[in-house]
Design a protein around this ligand. Structure first.
Ligand SMILES: Nc1ncnc2c1ncn2[C@@H]1O[C@H](COP(=O)(O)OP(=O)(O)OP(=O)(O)O)[C@@H](O)[C@H]1O
Length: 280
């Protein structure tokens, strides 16, 4: 159960796997995602994104802390490898979705995802990666969940299918007020579709908040090398006497610099590059 107005909440969440690695996959994660947001979950390989999504889906148990999500029947989870029953046909898979979600199944949403892109009689094991993604997304949207947890949902799709399905997903989420948490490495795909950001690195949250607030708090500046205090320098590079920096502002920027507002991609790249050197 989650608090009113909150779709997903973590409180000092930590996950340590057994086996040889025995490291913390996630540590001290605290966040509260408001309902109705489309949240990008970003971070380098091994940052803990899939672990966080699996914990949210209730498929893993936290080692420490807690994560609160809607009950299983109110959430849909699409794992990175899109597991489906290999021997069923596409039509049988959707029929199974309908039967497993009585009274809630949204046939129109599921069909919209399928469009005319797939033969209903095709057997799942014969589908390409992108075609399996389409079936998995059809099942997820058909479930009419409050919370959609999508682990790199667009990774296998060709550019046209990605564009079409991303648009469809965003329109569906907006129409129904669904909360979406979507991990992705394709930063351009997130621009314009996500309004909330969670950036993970080394199992810890490095950035969390509404995209517009995070963008408004940062400035890209270029100019002569100088002390940037009192601002927080996220990333800086110097070429000769020229400085280029991404800062998190503390008050107005005063000085001989040219400034511009960062794009989401600028912001993510700067924080990802900085996190590389940060202690995990
Ligand atoms: N089943 C497992 N057993 C042991 N360690 C695991 C297991 N799954 C993940 N890990 C470890 O936990 C850490 C986080 O992995 P996770 O898959 O959550 O990262 P990710 O951000 O989703 O990465 P990617 O972008 O590559 O998908 C990694 O160090 C990984 O090796």
């Amino acid at each position: 159960m989650t608090r009113d107005g909150i779709a997903l909440e973590a409180d000092l969440l930590g996950k340590k796997y057994g086996g040889r690695s025995r490291g913390w996959a996630l540590r001290d994660c605290d966040f509260a995602l408001p309902a109705g947001r489309v949240c990008a979950l970003v971070g380098p390989n091994g940052a803990g994104k899939s672990t966080l999504l699996a914990l949210a889906a209730g498929l893993l148990r936290p080692t420490e802390g807690r994560i609160e999500a809607p009950a299983r029947e109110h959430l849909a989870y699409v794992a990175q490898d899109k597991p489906l029953h290999p021997r069923l046909t596409v039509a049988d898979t959707l029929r199974m979705g309908r039967e497993l979600n009585p009274g809630r199944w949204d046939e129109t949403a599921a069909r919209r995802v399928m469009a005319d892109a797939l033969d209903p009689d095709a057997v799942v094991r014969t589908l390409s990666g992108g075609q399996r993604t389409r079936v998995a997304l059809a099942l997820a949207l058909g479930k009419r969940a409050e919370l959609l947890l999508l682990d790199e949902p667009m990774a296998d799709l060709d550019p046209l299918a990605r564009h079409q399905l991303m648009g469809l997903l965003m329109a569906d989420a907006a129409e129904h007020g669904t909360t979406v948490v979507m991990s992705s490495h394709i930063l351009t795909e997130l621009e314009g579709s996500c309004d909330h950001l969670l950036l993970l690195h080394g199992g810890r949250i490095r950035l969390d908040g509404p995209v517009d607030e995070l963008l408004a708090a940062h400035t890209l500046l270029t100019g002569p090398v100088a002390d940037l205090a009192p601002h927080t320098v996220v990333e800086s590079r110097t070429t000769g006497r020229q400085l280029t920096a991404m800062i998190r502002r503390q008050g107005p920027v005063e000085g001989p610099w040219e400034t511009r507002d960062p794009s989401l991609e600028d912001l993510l790249l700067a924080h990802l590059r900085t996190s590389e050197g940060a202690p995990a």
